[in-house]
Design a binder for this molecule. Structure first.
Ligand SMILES: [Zn+2]
Ligand SMILES: [Zn+2]
Length: 242
């Protein structure tokens, strides 16, 4: 059972170490916040209707059966992938500065966005045995200096009361995915991940964490490896969705 007030608790725990200005516009704010009210309000939320499997939003009303353009004609190995925000505008900018601008302190507002995904009905009240973050290849992690998914998962784990374990490793250094279409991404990721030595996920319910979902290919490939290793379920949560 996940506690209801995860983002607020994350605030309380980190506020001592954080300056009281908005990380985006530098406006003065309360110590318990990272973004000012204006910037918080500008973060684009994902609102229904959206795909139950991959959270891809649809424009307009959904009538009877619909097909998600992102999920159609492919197998996604996670049970579902949940995000509360779209990776657009302010959210995209903050994620980008965190990951490529190496601004580690941005993990706090990003972990808050991630925490909000746990209130989604698809995740709320669900039992998880372990939190697993999407790993980077060791070479990529050295280049960047950190694994962005692990940093935000670490903030989430204590408040979700679910242990985090480095279950997966990335064994192939893949070229950047952004230029590829879905099919190419899937192909590019084949064999990119494996279970670490001495890790065992048999019989476990896994919460898989990444910073952002683009097509879902990375999360799906991680979920496939976890499932094949015996995980009972793999639900994914990200701070934002493309
Ligand atoms: Zn602001
Ligand atoms: Zn979908």
């Amino acid at each position: 059972m996940l506690p209801a007030a995860i983002p607020r608790i994350v605030d309380a725990a980190t506020s001592l170490f954080y300056p009281a200005t908005c990380v985006v516009c530098s406006a003065n704010i309360e110590r318990s916040q990272y973004l000012c009210g204006d910037c918080r309000g500008r973060a684009p939320r994902i609102v229904p209707p959206f795909c139950a499997k991959c959270s891809e939003p649809f424009s307009g009303a959904i009538t009877q059966t619909f097909r998600c353009a992102n999920c159609e004609h492919r197998t996604l190995h996670f049970d579902c992938a949940v995000a509360a925000y779209r990776s657009r505008g302010l959210v995209r900018k903050v994620l980008h500065q965190f990951k490529y601008g190496k601004q580690r302190h941005l993990r706090y507002p990003i972990a808050k966005w991630l925490g909000e995904s746990l209130h989604d009905p698809r995740l709320r009240g669900r039992h998880f045995d372990v939190i697993v973050s999407v790993p980077l290849h060791p070479t990529r992690e050295r280049e960047r200096g950190f694994n962005q998914a692990a940093l935000i998962a670490e903030l989430l784990a204590p408040f979700a009361a679910v242990p985090m374990r480095p279950v997966l490793e990335r064994i192939r250094y893949t070229t950047t995915q952004t230029a590829y279409d879905r099919a190419k991404r899937m192909e590019n990721l084949r064999g990119a991940f494996r279970l670490r030595k001495k890790q065992d996920v048999r019989g476990l319910h896994v919460l898989l964490i990444d910073d952002v979902l683009t097509t879902g290919s990375t999360l799906s490939e991680c979920a496939r490896v976890l499932r094949r290793a015996g995980a009972v379920s793999v639900h994914a949560a990200t701070a934002a969705r493309a």
